[in-house]
Design a protein around this ligand. Structure first.
Ligand code: TXA
Ligand code: MG
Length: 376
């Protein structure tokens, strides 16, 4: 079958991968795209790949030079370690020096899926992947295209989200193109991601295991899967624009969590437009007030049918985005909504605060981090 041509150094090639789940083999064009991507990865190049959570920027995890390209393309600090994607548990165990009971139970119940486990790393995992640390984060994605790609490349894939550092993660190939442009040669386009939020990161080196980053699998779901206690993620605290993991003087749970999972710095996942999360009870008042001040507003709204919201929505300076009341559907839409609103030259994004509870924890976490836009 003909190889997929890869344009460089101009804009990346967007190769559609259309492989309905449950069918044995993909159509010829999709098989060719996966084969080209696998060859590029095996030869030390970067490829943007779809997963069920968000799009990733992938490189051979065992090739330090290839992994260095990821940090350069993203503008990511070398102190922030990468997740390594594996085709199955056997591949994961080869990359781990130790496979604790919690990792065994969590992966048996939740892999393939949106769960990343942190375990002690095996010597063959390059230091650049783990930012010099003794642990490695491992994930076996549910999306069958991603697993086929790993198998065909013949190596585990280091892949952070395919966005510039601190920006909103991509949930479509178009978002990758807009964010990374010609920093990547090939983007596999499988359409919108199923979850739309990054995987849950579970530290299995501590007892009980602890969530470092909330994600599509909630603490309650993981506790049920493991059959034991799971410590929830620390709440982000508002600590200002210069917030850095491990910064001296920072105290409390979040500083500790940030030093364990450096990507969990306070300021992250942020759109360019200033964003504020407002309790639902006062959101109408806040939006009316800002409109009166002459601002153009985008509003991620949980009660779009409300009479007061509809009255305000008549204003040409207000764009109301109705958000689902169900957390999985909300999560799927969140980043796509932020990407879209960022194109509208608005002065402010107002977001209705989401309900409390384990099922909303990942969304509340991302909104709280997106809110911290000071200094951008
Ligand atoms: O859903 C996902 O996890 C996506 C897709 C592409 O798989 N990937 C992703 O990667 O979100 P990234 O690099 O954007 O986020 C990785 C997170 C960061 O918070 C990082 O600090 C943490 O995982 N992490 C990576 N290695 C770690 C380690 N050894 N110990 C603790 N945290 C780690
Ligand atoms: Mg990321």
């Amino acid at each position: 079958m003909p190889p997929v041509p890869v344009n460089r150094p101009s804009l990346p090639t967007l190769a559609p991968v259309d492989w309905p789940a449950g069918t044995d083999r993909p159509a010829a064009a999709t098989a060719a795209a996966i084969a080209t991507a696998a060859e590029l990865l095996a030869s030390g190049r970067l490829v943007a790949i779809p997963t069920e959570t968000v799009y990733g920027l992938a490189a051979n995890a065992l090739d330090p030079d290839a992994v260095a390209l990821i940090f350069r393309a993203k503008g990511r600090p070398a102190s922030n370690p990468l997740i390594v994607h594996v085709a199955d548990t056997a591949m994961a165990r080869r990359l781990a020096a130790d496979w604790p009971e919690a990792a065994e139970r969590a992966t048996a119940a939740c892999w393939p899926g949106p769960l990343t486990v942190v375990v002690k790393k095996a010597p063959e995992v390059p230091d650049i992947v783990t930012a010099g640390g003794p642990t490695v984060a491992l994930r076996c994605p549910a999306f069958h295209v991603t697993r086929r790609l790993i198998e065909q490349a013949g190596c585990p894939l280091a892949a952070p989200s395919a966005n510039r550092s601190e920006a909103v993660s991509p949930t479509t190939a178009q978002h990758v193109l807009e964010g990374l442009g010609n920093r990547v040669g090939l983007i596999l386009d499988a359409g919108p991601c199923e979850h739309g939020l990054e995987s849950t990161v579970l530290d299995c080196t501590v007892v009980p295991p602890r969530i470092l980053r909330p994600g599509p699998l909630s603490a309650d779901q993981l506790a049920a899967a493991i059959g034991g206690e799971v410590a929830p993620a620390a709440q982000p605290v508002n600590s200002g624009p210069d917030d850095q993991a491990g910064e001296p003087g920072r105290v409390g749970q979040e500083a500790e969590a940030a030093s364990r999972s450096p990507g969990q710095r306070r300021r992250h996942y942020a759109p360019r437009t200033p964003l504020e999360v407002v309790p639902m009870a006062t959101a109408t008042e806040r939006v009316a007030d800002r409109l009166a001040a002459g601002e153009r507003i985008g509003w991620l709204c949980l009660s779009p049918a409300d009479a007061a919201v509809r009255r305000l929505a008549a204003s040409p300076a207000l764009l109301v985005v109705p958000m689902p009341e169900e957390p999985a559907a909300y999560g799927r839409m969140l980043y796509a909504s932020l990407h879209a609103l960022d194109h509208r030259e608005l002065d402010r994004l107002v977001v209705d605060a989401v309900p409390d509870g384990s099922a909303w924890a990942a969304i509340a976490d991302r909104l709280s981090r997106a809110q911290c836009t000071a200094g951008r």
